[in-house]
Ligand binder design. Structure first.
Ligand code: HEC
Length: 158
């Protein structure tokens, strides 16, 4: 009797384990295409894949902990957010201090300004990343559209 019970339990746990979590299914999908960029005078002047950024979406991505999470390190003028990190400089008014192209390079690959930076490179070539988890292979931190949205948002901070 007890053996049967154990056997049932084992079957049940097998059934639970074989359920693929949603994120794993997502990770198995093909990574989005990667668009190359070019640096001129500490700036990436052309938008990635000529995409047009949306500042409102950019603010959401910058504030979202599982996307850009910029506010873990930067002060941003988002009234609904209470907590900001200060590892990085405040980004308030960045749009009047820097060109759009320079802002884009900061977001794409801050290590081009400071090789020792703690800031993640949000659109570094996936081929340059080492030791990435299998499900992250071929992927960038943010996709090209998300980069352009964040850049449009920062450029709007005058
Ligand atoms: C882990 C901390 C961290 C995170 C997360 C982070 N940054 Fe940074 N960022 C920094 C630091 C530190 C610097 C200052 C320069 C340096 O040390 O590399 C910086 C510099 C910058 C600069 C240049 C500012 C200037 O005045 O020159 C921009 C623009 C910027 N970050 C944007 C962003 C955006 C947008 C995000 C989110 C998508 C982000 N950062 C996420 C740490 C971070």
């Amino acid at each position: 009797m007890q053996l049967i019970h154990l056997f049932r339990l084992a079957l049940l746990s097998l059934a639970i384990l074989s359920v693929t979590p949603a994120f794993a299914a997502d990770a198995e999908s093909t990574p989005p295409p990667y668009y190359k960029w070019k640096i001129e005078n500490y700036a990436i002047n052309s938008p990635l894949n000529n995409l047009i950024g949306d500042a409102k979406r950019g603010q959401e991505i910058a504030g979202n902990q599982s996307r850009g999470n910029c506010l873990a390190c930067h002060l941003l003028p988002i009234p609904e957010e209470q907590f900001f990190g200060n590892l990085g400089p405040p980004l308030t008014g960045i749009g009047s201090r820097q060109s759009v192209g320079m802002i884009r390079l900061h977001v794409v690959d801050q290590s081009r300004f400071n090789p020792e930076t703690v800031m993640p490179g949000y659109y570094r070539p996936p081929s340059q990343l080492n030791r990435v988890a299998k499900e992250l292979e071929g992927r960038t931190w943010l996709n090209a559209q998300e980069i352009e949205d964040v850049v449009a948002y920062l450029a709007s901070l005058k």
